[in-house]
Design a binder for this molecule. Sequence first.
Ligand SMILES: NC(=O)c1ccc[n+]([C@@H]2O[C@H](COP(=O)([O-])OP(=O)(O)OC[C@H]3O[C@@H](n4cnc5c(N)ncnc54)[C@H](OP(=O)(O)O)[C@@H]3O)[C@@H](O)[C@H]2O)c1
Length: 430
Amino acid sequence: VKTEIGVGMIGLGNVGSGVAEALLGRREYFARQVGAPLIIRRVAVRNPDKPRSVSLPPGVLTTDVRAVVTDPAIDVVVEIAGGEEPVGAYVLEAIRAGKHVVTANKELISKAGPELLHEAHSRGLDIMFEASVGGGIPLIAPLRRDLLANRIDRIRAIINGTTNYILTRMAQEGLDYEVALAAAQGLGYAEPDPTNDVEGIDAAYKLSIMASLGFRTRVRHTDVQTTGITRLTAIDFANARDMGYVIKLLAVAERLDGGIVARVAPVLVPHTEPLSRVDGVYNAVQIEGDLTGSVLFQGRGAGAGPTTSAVLADLLDLAHAIVLGARERKYWGPDVDVPVLGSEGHESRYYLRFAVQDRPGVLAQIARTLGDAGVSISAVRQQESSSGEETADLVIMTHSAREGVMADALAGIAQLDVVTNIGSFLRVEG
Ligand SMILES: NC(=O)c1ccc[n+]([C@@H]2O[C@H](COP(=O)([O-])OP(=O)(O)OC[C@H]3O[C@@H](n4cnc5c(N)ncnc54)[C@H](OP(=O)(O)O)[C@@H]3O)[C@@H](O)[C@H]2O)c1
């Protein structure tokens, strides 16, 4: 019978400090919930001299990660350092040394989740990663447990707080992308190098994790077709609003005939959809199951508090299983092999914005090119050009068309002399 649960940690930064503080401050409550106290045995960091907001008992802090992952008195290793390597190797070593693992590391789980789940399961262990997607919003546990009886048909998510903050400022204040990005950086919502967020890479990691669980298959982050937000302009936001839409970076995975598609891209979301009202750093995920219908999860997708909550949920769950003497954990890695399809066959409506020469017959030429490809127009707006300007902005909303067809039509339009450039090409969601 276990009288204490030994906890090892890799990382004592934003999230790690929150986790350590709660383990110390809520010790009695956690002990009652689990059936034994959780004791922090060792915490690995890079720099031992950094001032820390939480004070640990002497001898606990170390720079030797191997001392954490191999310590026989540690039952669960909590990895909140981040990055793929060297942390991935430490996690594997911890599992091989017989430890359960809790991690907040989306990159690691997106890239190596199935292997790590398999590695853990073969030893009667588990690796849990609620905090890797959506901060404190319960998403992984619902996909693992509560929605298990369903056939999941679709996951649609606003899953990156940085880009949602930038897009919200653009929508509400008419800011251009660079200005909104600088504001987000000033507030610490965007990193000095924002590439991972603004190019949609972070969202693709998170979507691949949710889609893999939802569809019980393996969806790699490289399977996710990813478009960032860097080319959006204030004009697109104004046009979208006038037509009853808002632009959001949406991560979508859905089941189609013959496979699934997964993509991250800025899209027009109708004002009537709940996801259109998820603003600022908030995240939301809508999951459609065949039995439940649509369920919506919403909350703070990052920050020390929410992420700490998710890490501790996993840790308490594992600690309780250990106290109960569980010798095995349910395998929850990929179960079937569902092909991931390209997007050519995917149908939706489109928002197109062109800079065109301001002279008669231009619209007719564009309409003919679209029509010849089989794309029909549902609405047209032309911004009056100010006197002296020779180009005008033409905005077209199409009826539903296949993406492959749309791409051909756009190639044709790009050839037209009267079209100066194709400014935007966005899907309309829903
Ligand atoms: N912050 C959030 O809102 C949030 C939300 C969801 C998920 N996450 C994930 O949680 C993880 C941690 O995020 P964070 O914001 O807490 O990061 P952070 O503040 O930068 O903290 C990282 C910690 O890990 C330690 N560390 C890094 N590499 C190490 C190595 N090779 N060996 C030993 N220690 C190492 C650092 O040591 P030093 O202190 O000595 O530098 C630091 O204590 C990341 O995977 C992140 O993606 C964070």
